[in-house]
Design a protein around this ligand. Structure first.
Ligand code: UD2
Length: 296
């Protein structure tokens, strides 16, 4: 299992002394179940890179671009090649109904891209939710001998800063950029008890984005399988959760606590939006005209 790797550091490596006393005081670096929350200043890139370099890892990364969303691929892939797991092995799995529209993007030496054709769909909600089924199959049927970790990312996004091995963990969620400072009763969880994604008003830890999640193959397999099963129960009961698979993901993370959380640096609103606590913007959503870009 990836997390059983020893955290070996190299003799002679020079890095800042970690402190038992001083840390950032404007953000929480750990949850109440003792999972780290990754913010700029909570890790040492030199040290953590050198530890993970010894483990020869492959990070599978999935992205879906159906219909007009192929237009986001160039920026997504080019910016990923600049910032995402630089120097580590990455295998992108790109699912699209229009393989002919996949742009030619030069991959760095240890990064590779596989394109998979999937059928077109009429409802954007079905595309978004259907990702869980495809991911479940990909992990089960193919990835076991291919990768150690997986991240599943939205395509209407762009990288602006480092996203690397500090993000790796058994089960990893990203705190949604609109709700990191909100009380739990304001989270847009599914509130109808008829849905499998239901969370009562007095429960909830954080509100996680559906745009990025990951972890070990085993844990993400269980997550995608569970969310897909729960969505199918909803379909049979003629109900669709308010934020689709994101609602089911939030329900999953409430009762299967993530072992690592990524701060909203790892999915920010847009590059120009400010918030005092965000010292580095690593990954953002890109603005889009939903009515124009989604299927009718
Ligand atoms: C939110 C979530 C998203 C998902 C969705 C479900 C954030 C930042 N994003 O985004 O992850 O949970 O809500 O309601 O919280 N796609 C296509 N073609 C389409 C439509 C969608 O390829 O025609 C794919 C694509 O990879 C896209 C993803 O599905 O990134 C999610 O769809 P969205 O970006 O339109 O969803 P959005 O922005 O409402």
């Amino acid at each position: 299992k990836p997390e059983n790797f020893a955290l070996r550091s190299s003799p002679g490596l020079v890095y800042n002394q970690p402190s038992a006393l001083v840390s950032r005081t404007d953000v929480a670096p750990v949850t109440s179940w003792l999972a780290p929350i990754i913010w700029e200043g909570t890790f040492d890139p030199t040290l953590i890179d050198s530890i993970f370099k010894q483990q020869n890892l492959t990070i599978a990364t999935t992205v879906f671009a159906l219909g007009k969303y192929t237009r986001f691929l160039k920026d997504f892939l080019e910016s990923a090649e600049e910032h995402y797991f630089v120097g580590f092995r990455v295998h992108y799995y790109l699912f699209t109904d229009k393989p002919e529209e996949v742009p030619e993007v030069k991959m760095s030496e240890n990064h590779s891209l596989t394109v998979r054709k999937v059928p077109s769909m009429n409802r954007w909600q079905d595309i978004s939710m259907g990702r869980m089924e495809i991911l479940e199959k990909l992990i089960k049927d193919e990835l076991a001998s291919e990768a150690d970790y997986i991240f599943c990312l939205d395509v209407d996004t762009k990288f602006h800063g480092r996203w690397s091995v500090e993000s790796l963990g058994r089960l990893v969620g990203v705190i949604h950029p609109w709700f990191f400072d909100a009380p739990r009763n304001q989270f847009t969880y599914e509130r109808r008890p008829e849905s499998q994604a239901y969370i009562p008003a007095e429960e909830g830890d954080y509100y996680f984005t559906g745009a990025a999640f990951g972890g070990s193959l085993e844990d993400v397999h269980h997550l995608t399988k569970t969310c897909w099963e729960q969505m199918n129960i909803d379909i049979a009961n003629s109900i669709e959760a308010i934020w689709h698979e994101e609602s089911h993901l939030n329900k999953y993370f409430l009762y299967n606590k993530p072992s690592k959380l990524l701060s909203p640096e790892y999915l920010w609103r847009d590059i120009n939006a400010g918030a005092g606590q965000i010292k580095v913007v690593r990954f953002t959503h890109v603005a889009k005209n939903n009515a124009e870009v989604r299927p009718n």
